[in-house]
Design a protein around this ligand. Structure first.
Ligand code: GLY
Ligand code: MN
Ligand code: MN
Length: 436
């Protein structure tokens, strides 16, 4: 199994040329529509914390990463600096694809750009006019929509290879984290076990790890890390991913520490999640899949004794939304919530989420080689369940079952899948199976 996450990976080297050709085609199309001839992609600058000389962790412009590791004419900034590590000489499978020009001062960049700046667009975040290099057209929406639509609609072979590696990297971390949980370790130590196994420094993670014991699992983006284990360890929800050459995995698993009722509920959610994965194929409307999920959640609520009545009533009275208040997933790629989840076409028209479901981040018809997540969940969130009191929904909820589940927080199970013509490739399950 390939676990080479470096830029010496020969498989990635073989796929990188065709990837760059595709990225070039997208940019040529975007430039033509924007009436320009050159795209200058600014990778970004470090940002300083308020009243401080320390910078926030650097995140490269995702447009830069789409060429990544680097771009066609690469102006490679290698500052003369003995305070910080400076990039070494360019090396790795990507270097042969570029005309690399090393500069030591930002002021030297301008001389490498086309003289006619009118013909240039700049893609990037420009906080300092010196970083616009005299280019007026910054992030024109015509070009950005074209690039985003293409990036969200399908992944190239190279991107898929990076994402399979990112899935393996994330799965390595999950296996180590599950082992730390079974040893009774606190959240902080579980987080460290994840970072150690993935060989990720915290800043390299694709998003902040969610490492939640017990009730913390009900906080959707729980990012505290308790240093001490709770007196009674009941459950563990981990949402954490790996990153390879800028591409992310986004994986969630939930574990019971032996409680039979909670284990049974996890099993019901596992069946539901796999049912959803099995429905994925090109042509599916993801909005409908989200709505269908709410019907399946109604079934889980009834089967587990958390609610009673008809599924239709649980849907219409908002019971399923109180237990599952987020979307069932989103596009995945360079960004964890990757671009273009709402785009209907490259002109920038958008597709709204279904009414009553504002948090759904993907509203499109699925296309071959899209990569997205499937992450149904079920939680005890008192703020939302309390809203049901005094409404017709109140009598549909079994409040004593809610009380029994509250100490376990919640359940989410999240896989990353690549859409195929008649099914899907489950990057996450494949990675776990390979590591068995
Ligand atoms: N890890 C964030 C999410 O699942 O969307
Ligand atoms: Mn996700
Ligand atoms: Mn996630």
């Amino acid at each position: 199994m390939n676990l080479d996450f470096s830029d010496r990976n020969p498989e990635l080297g073989g796929l990188y040329g065709p990837h760059i050709e595709e990225v070039c085609r997208r940019h040529d199309h975007a430039l033509e529509r924007a009436g320009a001839s050159h795209a200058v992609i600014f990778s970004g600058a470090s940002k300083y914390a308020f009243l401080d000389d320390n910078t926030y962790p650097f995140r490269a412009n995702p447009h830069f990463v789409s060429w990544a590791p680097l771009t066609r004419v690469l102006i490679y900034y290698q500052p003369r600096d003995y305070w910080h590590p400076v990039p070494g000489s360019p090396d790795g499978y990507w270097t042969s694809k570029f005309d690399i020009r090393i500069v030591h001062e930002v002021g030297e960049v301008a001389s490498h750009l086309p003289e006619n700046r009118e013909k240039c667009i700049l893609i990037g975040e420009v906080d300092d006019d010196n970083h616009a290099f005299g280019i007026d057209r910054i992030n024109p929406t015509t070009a950005i929509n074209i690039l985003h639509f293409a990036r969200g609609s399908s992944k190239t072979g190279y991107e898929l290879a990076c994402m399979r590696l990112a899935a393996r990297r994330g799965a390595l971390g999950h296996i180590a984290a599950a082992a730390a949980f079974s040893k009774g370790r606190p959240e902080f130590a579980i987080h460290q076990a994840f970072c150690e196994a993935t060989s990720h420094a915290e800043n390299e993670l694709p998003y902040g790890n969610i490492i939640a014991l017990n009730e913390h699992g009900a906080i959707l983006h729980y990012t505290d890390l308790d240093r001490e284990p709770p007196a009674d360890i009941r459950s563990f929800l981990i949402d954490a991913g790996g990153q390879v050459h800028g591409y992310a995995s986004d994986i969630t698993r939930t574990y019971s520490n032996g409680d039979e009722r909670f284990s049974d509920l996890i099993a019901l959610m596992e069946t539901l999640q796999q049912d959803l994965v099995n429905r994925i194929k090109a042509g599916i409307d993801y909005r409908q899949l989200h709505l269908d999920t709410h019907r399946l959640i109604a079934g889980v609520l009834i089967d587990s004794g958390l609610a009673s009545g008809e599924a239709d009533a649980l849907l219409s009275e908002g019971v399923t939304s109180a237990f599952m208040p987020h979307g069932i997933g989103h596009l995945l790629g360079i960004q964890v919530h990757d671009v273009a989840g709402f785009l209907e076409n490259e002109d920038g028209s958008t597709i709204d989420p279904p009414s009553g479901h504002p948090f759904l981040r993907l509203t499109r018809i699925l296309e071959e080689d899209m990569v997205l997540t499937i992450e149904p969940g079920l939680y005890i969130i008192d703020m939302l369940l309390d809203n049901l009191r005094g409404t017709p929904a109140e009598s549909l909820v079994n409040w004593s079952a809610v009380d029994a589940l509250r100490p376990f927080g919640g359940i989410r199970i999240e896989d990353n899948v690549r859409v195929l013509a008649d099914g899907c490739e489950n990057l996450t399950r494949d990675a776990f199976a390979e590591l068995q």
